[in-house]
Every structure is written in structure tokens, then in C-alpha cells.
Design a protein. Structure first.
Length: 461
């Protein structure tokens, strides 16, 4: 078990985490014709939008209640109610999420009550789904905000089995997939391919591979998302054969969905590495009631071969990792499984699964903490988002860019990390960084009795 080292600083220096409202917005952006509305100042939403645009390089629909000095002191209920009316009237979305920020939480906002007031005052917009979530940015991280938002969306929008008349297994080939925030659009596309090879129909909740996958559309502008999980699919979740919950942070969401629908949930912390993917494919084969296809068996054999090819570079490699809890735990298991040593592990926030990680200790902190620990323990490679690049440069070690945000590379959001193929490519990327970046090279030894090379003799002269 890992020892969790809590924060002991009064402020963040070189922050690692992004806020809960960003995580809630990301979950919302995975639904079709959806828009998040951040309850806070204009700057809160502008900051989040910059993160998304730089990461996905796509137009991102975000709205704000635009709290100012007056509403922050006197109350901002009207901002929420009228903001919902304006969005519903002008943009005609299928889903609006109201996400609180630190300012709104400090002011004491009750967004659930505000939604009820909106419903009572404007019944003509009853066809628009509205979900309010408390996501203060002074606690948690992207992962926890994402999980809280998805849990609330399931609570509000998924009908109970008794009320809807649905029955688990009515749709014999459908599987629900609760997709965690560590999964990229490329990951979801790879998962869709894997599941469809087993003759099953996946319904991703949410599905950013359809809304944030970087596709050109015929529309010049859209105030809401284009693509993603349709609202109509939420009513079908109770008829699926099974639910796959990917990411330990979504355990509560998976339990709630099972409680509401009766559809059995299967939990996977991540899909990095051979062992995790073997467990996933065994479960999928059992659900589909067919053998794993030969094509996937071949991908497994290819991963085994890549593990042999890269173990000379990755075995005993000293690695520093900074990420949100789910992804941090996944990388720790991947590196440890290859014989590497995680000498510095820093998480953006605490989470129950971290105490079970395969490393000595995990620091809840920022990139300054990561840099200090990595330097002290002589890390040879760093894994982190684009904010960690400067730390890697100061340490003089290579970096594998992973997580959110990735703003200094093109297509980082489309990279595939999961499955046998994704794991194989990750091992190759890690090994290539080690090969192409000189570290701890042994200086040549020249005997005092041997003649020095001509180049050195010239320098002495």
C-alpha cells in the first residue's frame, strides 16, 4: 500500500490540477446538443475555454452566468434562472448543465433550487434537460468534477426500471460504457472497435469521440455540441445486457446506474497494460458469450513481443509521474509491470484507489513538488501534461506528454493509450524517449599510462 502524503503548503506553485468545473464541462461536452453553463464570473468560463480550445483545437460551447460584484454579494439566483432561459431560447439545446465555481460556492449558491425556479417560471422549456452540479474549484480536480457531473446526469436523466418499464437484457447486444475522463477520443474509438468485434453495440456515456474528435462539419457555427451521446439513449440504458465502468472515479456512477436500472456493472480501474486488458477481454467474452476474436488475440501477442523488445530500456527505469488519480494509478501499474521504478508520484487530488497503488508514496501536490522529489530521487523520465514540460527541461530528462491539457503538441487528444494496441504504442514511445535522450552516460576512462587522444592533447596545448 502506498503512503499518501498530504499537502503542507499554503499555495500551489506551478499548479498541476485543473478545476472541477472543467471536468464537469468535459463530461457535458460528451452529449449531443449540450452546453455547460458555469455559475461564476466571466473569467472562470474564459479560463476553462482557453484550456479546452488549446487542448482539442476545436470551438467549444461554454456559457457563464457572469456574476459581478453586486450579484456576488446580494445573490445571483436571477443570473442562473435568466441564463437558463436565454440559452434554452436562443440555442435550443438538448442538455444544459449548471456547474458551480469557487465564487458561487463561497457566495452560497443553491443551483438545484435555481433549476426548480426555472422550471416553475418557464414551463415552455420543459423539453430541455437541465442538470445542476456542485463543482467548486477550490477542491477536487478534473476527474472528480467529471465524476460528480456524470453521476448527477444519470440520477436526473436515467429513468428507474419500475417507472420506465425497462428490463435488463431486452437489448441483447447493447452494453453501456461509462467512460472516465482519462479516456481520449482516440481511446473511445479503439474501445468501440474492440467491443464491436465481439458483436456487441456499445453506448458510451459520455462520448467525446463523437463530439470532440476533430471533424469538419457542414455547419459554420453551432452554439451547442455536434455529436456525442444522444439524450434518447439515456432511456435505453436500463435495457442493456451489462454496463462497463472504466475508471475508479466512476464507481459511484456505476453503482447508481445499476441501482436505477438493474443492469449489472463491471468495474475496471483502467485499461493500461497486459493484465488490465486481459481482465477486460475476459469479461467482454463472457458478456458476448463468444470467444475472443483471433484479431484481438494477435494484438495481445504483439503486445507481449513489444514488452520483450522494450524491457531492456524500461526495466529499472526511474520514472516521475504527475496526473489525476485514475491516470496516475494506471501509469504506476504500467511502469511497475515493466520492471521500472516510480520514484516520484504526484496526484492533483486524493482518491481512495491511490492508497492501493504499487509505489512507496504518493504526494498530493503540484508540479513544484514533483520537480523537487524527482530531482532528489534522480528520476530519468517524467510523465505529465504540457504544464510539466518546463520541469522536465530543468531536470534535464525526457517527458512523455499525457493527461490534460496538452497544448504544445498537435493531436495529443487523439492518442490511443488503452487496449493491447494502445499499450504497445505507449511502451514504444517510452522506450524511444529513453534511447533518444542521453542520461547518466558513463564518461570514458583513460588510463594514466595510455596516450591521450589527439583532440585532448590539442586542448592542453
Amino acid at each position: 500500500m502506498a503512503e499518501i502524503l498530504k499537502r503542507n503548503k499554503a499555495l500551489s506553485v506551478n499548479p498541476l490540477k485543473a478545476s472541477q468545473p472543467i471536468g464537469g464541462s468535459l463530461a457535458t461536452l460528451g452529449f449531443d446538443r449540450a452546453i455547460p453553463m458555469l455559475h461564476g464570473s466571466q473569467g472562470c468560463t474564459a479560463f476553462a475555454k482557453v484550456f479546452f480550445v488549446r487542448h482539442f483545437r476545436e470551438p467549444i460551447p461554454l456559457q457563464t452566468t457572469a456574476m459581478d460584484q453586486g450579484s456576488s454579494v446580494m445573490g445571483a439566483d436571477e443570473n442562473v434562472v435568466e441564463g437558463l432561459k436565454a440559452i434554452a431560447e436562443k440555442s435550443n439545446p438538448a442538455l444544459i448543465t449548471v456547474l458551480t465555481t469557487g465564487l458561487a460556492e463561497t457566495q452560497g449558491a443553491d443551483v438545484q433550487r435555481n433549476v426548480r425556479e426555472f422550471r416553475a417560471k418557464y414551463p415552455e422549456f420543459d423539453h430541455v434537460a437541465v442538470v445542476a452540479v456542485n463543482t467548486p474549484d477550490f477542491t477536487g480536480c478534473v476527474e472528480s468534477g467529471y465524476a460528480a457531473t456524470l453521476t448527477e446526469i444519470i440520477r436526473v436523466l436515467v429513468p428507474d426500471a419500475g417507472q420506465a418499464g425497462t428490463k435488463p437484457g431486452n437489448r441483447k447486444r447493447q452494453v453501456n460504457v461509462l467512460a472516465g475522463p482519462m479516456l481520449t477520443p482516440g481511446d473511445l474509438e479503439a474501445l468501440r472497435d474492440l467491443i464491436e468485434q465481439l458483436q456487441l453495440r456499445p453506448v458510451f456515456v459520455p462520448d467525446i469521440s463523437d463530439s470532440l474528435d476533430g471533424i469538419l462539419t457542414d455547419q459554420d457555427f453551432s452554439p451547442v455540441t455536434i455529436g456525442g451521446t444522444p439524450m434518447s439513449e439515456m432511456a435505453t440504458l436500463g435495457e442493456a445486457k451489462a454496463t462497463l465502468v472504466i475508471g475508479a472515479s466512476l464507481k459511484k456512477a456505476g453503482e447508481l446506474l445499476q441501482q436505477k436500472t438493474g443492469v449489472v456493472s463491471h468495474y475496471f480501474k483502467h485499461l493500461y497494460g497486459l493484465q488490465a486488458n486481459d481482465a477486460f477481454m475476459a469479461t467482454m467474452s463472457e458478456i458476448a458469450e463468444i470467444d475472443v476474436p483471433e484479431r484481438i488475440e494477435r494484438q495481445r501477442a504483439q503486445l507481449q513481443d513489444s514488452m520483450l523488445d522494450t524491457h531492456f530500456m524500461l526495466g529499472q527505469l526511474r520514472v516521475a509521474i504527475a496526473a489525476d488519480p485514475d491516470q496516475l494509478d494506471a501509469f504506476i501499474e504500467l511502469v511497475s509491470g515493466m520492471g521500472g521504478e516510480v520514484v516520484a508520484a504526484v496526484s492533483a487530488a486524493n482518491a481512495p484507489e491511490l492508497s492501493q497503488s504499487k509505489t512507496a508514496d504518493i504526494k498530493i501536490g503540484d508540479l513544484e513538488d514533483l520537480e523537487a522529489i524527482a530531482k532528489e530521487r534522480h528520476a530519468q523520465l517524467l510523465i505529465g501534461n504540457s504544464h510539466a514540460v518546463a520541469a522536465a527541461e530543468r531536470l534535464g530528462i525526457p517527458i512523455l506528454r499525457a493527461g490534460f491539457p496538452l497544448y504544445d503538441i498537435i493531436g495529443g487528444y487523439q492518442k490511443t493509450w488503452v487496449g493491447y494496441r494502445g499499450t504497445r504504442q505507449t511502451l514504444f514511445d517510452l522506450a524511444n524517449l529513453v534511447i533518444n535522450f542521453a542520461h547518466e552516460e558513463i564518461e570514458p576512462y583513460y588510463s594514466i599510462y595510455a596516450q591521450k587522444p589527439e583532440s585532448e592533447r590539442r586542448q592542453v596545448a
